[in-house]
Design a protein around this ligand. Structure first.
Ligand code: PLP
Ligand code: ZN
Length: 404
C-alpha cells in the first residue's frame, strides 16, 4: 500500500489543477490551492478499524495526507490531542454537553505544530532548502523547530509585539529571525520581497497548500474521538482561518468516504476579537469576502489577522454549515480564561478562551441550544503568554507570599 493517496491540487476559485510533486504556491488567479485525494482508493483500502490500531498522532491518517514517502515525515508525534468533557463550566454557562479539544498538548505548545509537521515534511519532500514566513508568533515557532529537525533553513518575520516566548522558540532553533515594527500584514510584505529576491519557498499562511492538511486532522480526530459521530457546534478562534477551512474540508472528505453518517455537518463558528473582526463584519453584512481591518489589536495575538487570504473559504464554510461569526471583547477573553482554569483546571491560551466567551454569548442569545453538543477549540497553552495574564494576589501577614 502506498503511504499517501494524494492526487493533485485544485483551485477552489477557478478550478485549475496542479501537480503535487513540484513546488506550488498560489494559483495563477491568486487563490490558495487545496489538496485532493483518491478517495475511492482510500475507501477501498483503508477502514476506520485499521486507523484505530495505528499510532497516536495525526500520521494515523497518512493516506489522507500529502507526503508520498514515509522517510520525508518530520514529526514529534503530534496530534491525537485530548478531547475532554467540561461539566462544571458547562453547567455554569448552560451548555451541559460542553467539550474542549485541547491543542495545548502538542509540541511547541500550539496547534501550529500540526500545520508545521505536514508543511515542513512536504517542503522537505519537494527539495526545499529555505523557507520564509510572516507570523504572529506560534506559526514561526513551530515552523522553525520543525525546519530545524528537517535540516531546512527558516526565515521568520514577526511583529515586535508578538508574544516573546515565540521569539525565543524561533531564535533557539537557529532560524533567521526578523522583527518588524508593525502587523503581520507588514511582515507579509517583507516575506514577499525575500521570496522574490532570494527565491525562498513561501510558507505564508495558505500560500503553500499543505499547512491546511495538517490542521484538517483536528476534524478527523474530533470525528474519531466521538466514535465517528459529529458534534452540533464547533467554535474556532479565527485568524487566517486555516483550521476552520481544514476542519470543514476534513468533514467533507469523511462524508465522501462514508465514514460519518451525518448529512448535516456541525455548525462552524468563527470567533474573533472585537479589536480585529473582519470575518465577523463580512458575515454580518452577508458578504463572501472580508475587508482589511484597520488598526487591529487584541491580546489574543494568534487571531490578530486584519485580512486573511482564505477569507472566502472561511465564510463559505460558515454559510454551508449554517454557522456564524462572532466577536468577543478583551474583558470577556480574560474572564473566560480565568473561568476555564478555575472550574476545569486548564490554563488555556487567550485565543482558546475567546471560543468559550463566544459559546456563552451564543447560548445567552439562544443561538446555541441547551441540548446541543458543543466543542470549543483551545489552540494553545496559556503558559506561552505569561505577559497576557495578570496575577490575582493575596498578601499574607507577616510576610508577603507572592509579589507580582
Ligand atoms: C494561529 C493561531 C490561531 C488562528 O489560527 P488560524 O487557523 O490561522 O485561524 C488561533 N490560536 C492560536 C493560538 C494561534 O497561534
Ligand atoms: Zn485559480
Amino acid at each position: 500500500m502506498t503511504y499517501s493517496l494524494v492526487s493533485h491540487l485544485t483551485c477552489p476559485k477557478c478550478s485549475e489543477t496542479y501537480d503535487v510533486d513540484t513546488i506550488q504556491q498560489l494559483c495563477v488567479c491568486g487563490s490558495p490551492l487545496l489538496v485532493e485525494y483518491k478517495l475511492d482508493e482510500v475507501k477501498k483500502h483503508v477502514t476506520k478499524e485499521m486507523i484505530a490500531e495505528r499510532e497516536q498522532s495525526l500520521w494515523r491518517y497518512h493516506e489522507l495526507l500529502p507526503i508520498r514517502k514515509i522517510e520525508n515525515k518530520v514529526s514529534f508525534e503530534e496530534g491525537m490531542t485530548p478531547f475532554l468533557f467540561l461539566p462544571r463550566l458547562g453547567e455554569e454557562i448552560g451548555i451541559p454537553n460542553l467539550y474542549i479539544k485541547d491543542e495545548g498538548m502538542v509540541p511547541t505548545g500550539s496547534f501550529k505544530a500540526r500545520g508545521a509537521a505536514v508543511g515542513v515534511s512536504k517542503a522537505k519532500e519537494l527539495g526545499v532548502q529555505n523557507l520564509a514566513m510572516p507570523t504572529n508568533g506560534n506559526a514561526g515557532a513551530a515552523w522553525s523547530l520543525y525546519a530545524a529537525k528537517a535540516g531546512l533553513e527558516a526565515h521568520i518575520v514577526m511583529p515586535v509585539d508578538a508574544p516573546e516566548m515565540t521569539r525565543k522558540e524561533v531564535s533557539i532553533s537557529g532560524a533567521h529571525l526578523y522583527l518588524v515594527n508593525g502587523l503581520i500584514s507588514d511582515a507579509g510584505k517583507i516575506v514577499g520581497d525575500l521570496v522574490k529576491e532570494r527565491g525562498y519557498y513561501d510558507a505564508s499562511t495558505l500560500k503553500e497548500p499543505y499547512r491546511i492538511e495538517g490542521k484538517k486532522t483536528m476534524g478527523y480526530e474530533i470525528a474519531e474521538q466521538l466514535n465517528w459521530e459529529l458534534p452540533d457546534v464547533i467554535l474556532y478562534p479565527t485568524g487566517g482561518g486555516v483550521g476552520l477551512i481544514g476542519i470543514y474540508k476534513a468533514f467533507l472528505e469523511l462524508q465522501k468516504l462514508g465514514w460519518i453518517k451525518e448529512e448535516k455537518l456541525p455548525k462552524l463558528v468563527a470567533v474573533q476579537a472585537e479589536g480585529c473582526a473582519p470575518i465577523v463584519k463580512a458575515f454580518d453584512e452577508g458578504k463572501t469576502e472580508s475587508e482589511f481591518w484597520e488598526n487591529s489589536t487584541t491580546l489574543a495575538f494568534g487571531i490578530n489577522v486584519p485580512k486573511a487570504i482564505g477569507d472566502f473559504l472561511v465564510l463559505d464554510a460558515i454559510y454551508q454549515t449554517n454557522g456564524c461569526a462572532i466577536a468577543v471583547s478583551e474583558e470577556e477573553i480574560r474572564a473566560s480564561q480565568r473561568e476555564v482554569a478555575r472550574l476545569e483546571g486548564q490554563f488555556i491560551c487567550p485565543e482558546g478562551a475567546a471560543t468559550f466567551a463566544a459559546a456563552e454569548t451564543l447560548k445567552k442569545h439562544g443561538w446555541i441550544k441547551e441540548e446541543e453538543q458543543v466543542v470549543c477549540l483551545n489552540t494553545g497553552l496559556g503558559i506561552k503568554y505569561p505577559e497576557a495574564f495578570e496575577v490575582d494576589v493575596k498578601t499574607m501577614e507577616p510576610f508577603e507570599r507572592i509579589k507580582s
